[in-house]
Design a protein around this ligand. Structure first.
Ligand code: KG4
Ligand code: ZN
Length: 335
């Protein structure tokens, strides 16, 4: 089964072709990050317009790269939600039109299921059941993933998503958008122990998380140092390190609990924040001590991409699913 996948839920236009026998045949990604950077975050209307311009050329490029003619495709998968409504509609409209024109089924993919399944694209792939930690700019979820499509939420952020907190903290320090990679890079120069941020909601039982307190703590620390303008490069690096350590510790504590609660021996991590090197290394170490294997995607599949959508669509189609007319998107869509 060969499936074309289209991702357009936020600020990346991603297209890919996945073949259940041959694997990933081609993929292309256009990131709008630079366009949004000057506004300090994603501007939804600009995102939609840009997707409109990018998506068809990317589809052509990927068909060529994958040496695939439309007749060789069995379906078109697209991110139907959650995400920005206008941005989702671009991908949905194009995917459904192509599928209709080519006389093949279209299949809706849940963006977070795309992230969740991305680690299965790797050579060393996890097997169901496993615990999944999904950490992106829009979501922070711990899931019990029993089998394809059978997921239940063990815990989630009660306020900001982890990535969102990275982005907001970075903005407070004047680091620009997206903040996650910038904080991570700066943290490498940070002085350990200069600041200590709290580990929110870790002193209470349960698997829910909170990240907005870290943002407030960042703001107060900046204020105590005389405001954003007064920060030296070292101050920024020290705050970045304290912020990253607190976020990573919080995620590790919750993951440890989730593994204890389920008794599973595999932990899968995905979503933009899972690209964080400190999180990968420290969570991996902690899990190893407990006999738990940690899986995560290659960095390019941690953040939004078309490959995860083509892959999730192919698995869904194999399971006998396809979308009915008319075109709909779900800006809010529980997993
Ligand atoms: O999964 P993703 O590309 O988009 C959403 O579905 O939200 O995740 C983007 C998020 C952003 O908040 C970004 O700052 C964060 O992932 N991120 C990181 C790193 N790389 C991306 N956060 C921490 N460390 C990183 N290295
Ligand atoms: Zn995402």
């Amino acid at each position: 089964m060969r499936v074309l996948g289209i991702e357009s839920s936020c600020d990346e236009t991603g297209v890919a072709i996945y073949d259940t026998e041959a694997g990933l045949l081609g993929q292309a990604l256009y990131s709008q990050v630079e366009m949004h950077a000057k506004y300090g975050g994603v501007v939804p209307e600009l995102a939609s317009r840009d997707h409109v311009q990018r998506v068809l050329p990317l589809v052509r490029q990927v068909l060529e790269e994958a040496e695939t003619r439309p007749e060789q495709l069995d379906g078109v998968a697209y991110t139907a939600g959650p995400g920005l409504a206008g941005a989702l509609l671009v991908g949905a409209g194009v995917a459904r039109s192509l599928a209709f024109g080519w006389g093949i089924p279209a299949v809706e993919v849940h963006h977070m299921e795309g992230h969740l399944l991305a680690p299965l694209l790797e050579e060393r792939a996890p097997q169901f059941p496993f615990v999944a930690l999904l950490v992106s700019g829009g979501h922070t979820l711990l899931l019990d993933a029993r089998s394809l499509g059978d997921y239940s939420i063990l815990g989630e952020s009660v306020d900001d998503a982890a990535g969102e907190a990275f982005d907001k903290a970075a903005k407070m320090m004047g680091l620009g958008y997206p903040g996650g990679p910038r904080i991570a890079a700066l943290a490498e120069q940070g002085t350990p122990g200069r600041f200590r941020f709290p580990r929110p909601m870790t002193d209470r039982p349960g698997l829910d998380m909170s990240f907005s307190g870290l943002k407030t703590f960042t703001l107060n620390t900046i204020h105590d140092l005389g405001g954003k303008e007064a920060l030296s490069e070292q101050d920024r690096a020290d705050i970045a390190l304290a912020f990253e350590e607190a976020s990573v510790d919080t995620l590790i504590i919750k993951c440890r609990r989730a593994m204890e609660q389920t008794g599973y021996k595999q932990l899968v991590m995905a979503g933009g924040v899972s690209a964080n090197r400190s999180l990968r290394a420290r969570l991996g170490e902690q899990m190893k001590k407990r006999g738990v294997e940690l899986f995560y995607p290659a960095p390019q599949y941690c953040t939004d991409n078309g490959a995860m959508i083509a892959f999730a669509g192919a698995l869904r189609m194999q399971a006998g699913e396809s979308a009915e007319l008319p075109i709909k998107v779900r800006p809010r869509w529980p997993l």
